[in-house]
Design a protein around this ligand. Structure first.
Ligand code: DGL
Length: 272
């Protein structure tokens, strides 16, 4: 059944991380209406238990879907996707696209066979990630590191602040404790907040830590956007005005993001 042309795609994260996915979705589908949902009341997912994240994401997606009738939902959060994708697919009737660490592309790109993975604590311990490693990188070395503090560095940047280079350097350094890390040539940004500080991470890596300039910091957002475009092939879209963003948290805190949200084509900002 074809959707109402004005029905949006829902992107859900705990905060600004969803914007790294939204940027790519906008490029792939310029005419599609988007509803951007930020579960600030639940942030950080990365420090919660699996049961807390699964219950929260399934409940919230259910309520948002009832109110806004999206045609497709993208969980624009690696933590929520690696924990709850299967469960959410069972309870919602619309297509659900997840965002999971880009292990497959990293394994295809690497020349040295050594790959770093930065994510939240919740993401890097998931069996889902073990399975991605088994399926796509069983002959590679995957160095996982939890860097939840980078979520706040990205949030700070998008509110007009400057990410703390020392915090970035400490996170990158911690990933390179094992000897094999000398050869690492791919770093997967396995949290949707991290691509928002990709330039800063790359800059710190080269200039503060002396890493080779050809280490690539990659994420899966472009692939997610292609997947969404594929699932919506043949559908019609009517985006009659700027998009809407909703938050479960404090509205004033969210409104501080107004300038940055408007660069993504969002200008209706509401409490959910
Ligand atoms: N952006 C989320 C992710 O991709 C993490 C943020 C959080 O911990 O709430 O995992």
């Amino acid at each position: 059944m074809l959707s109402d042309p004005a029905s949006p795609i829902l992107l859900l994260d705990t905060g600004v991380g969803g914007l790294s996915v939204m940027g790519e979705v906008r490029k792939a589908l310029p005419g599609v209406p988007i509803l951007f949902a930020a579960d600030y009341a639940g942030q950080p997912y990365g420090q919660k238990t699996e049961a807390q994240v699964a219950a929260r994401v399934a409940g919230l997606l259910g309520r948002i879907t009832e109110r806004y009738h999206p045609r497709l939902a993208c969980i624009a959060c690696n933590t929520a996707s690696t924990i709850a994708l299967g469960m959410v697919r069972e309870v919602l009737e619309i297509p659900i696209v997840g965002t999971v660490p880009a292990i497959k592309p990293a394994a295809e790109n690497t020349r040295t066979g050594v790959i770093g993975l930065l994510g939240t604590a919740g993401t890097i311990r998931q069996p889902y990630v073990d399975e991605l490693e088994r399926n796509f990188a069983s002959d590679k070395t995957l160095l996982r590191h939890a860097a939840p503090e980078l979520v706040y560095e990205a949030e700070t940047k998008l509110r007009g602040g400057t990410p703390d280079r020392k915090v970035l350097a400490a996170a990158l350094n911690a990933m390179t404790e094992r000897d094999e890390a000398m050869a690492m040539d791919q770093v997967i940004l396995g949290c949707t907040h991290f691509p928002l500080i990709r330039e800063e991470l790359a800059d710190v890596a080269v200039f503060d830590l002396g890493w080779p300039a050809d280490v690539q910091f990659i994420d899966g957002a472009a692939g997610i956007a292609r997947r969404i475009a594929h699932l919506l092939e043949g559908e019609t879209f009517e985006r009659s005005g700027p998009d809407r963003a909703v938050t479960t948290g404090d509205l004033d805190h969210f409104l501080a993001l107004k300038p940055v949200l408007s660069t993504y084509g969002i200008d209706q900002i509401e409490q959910f």
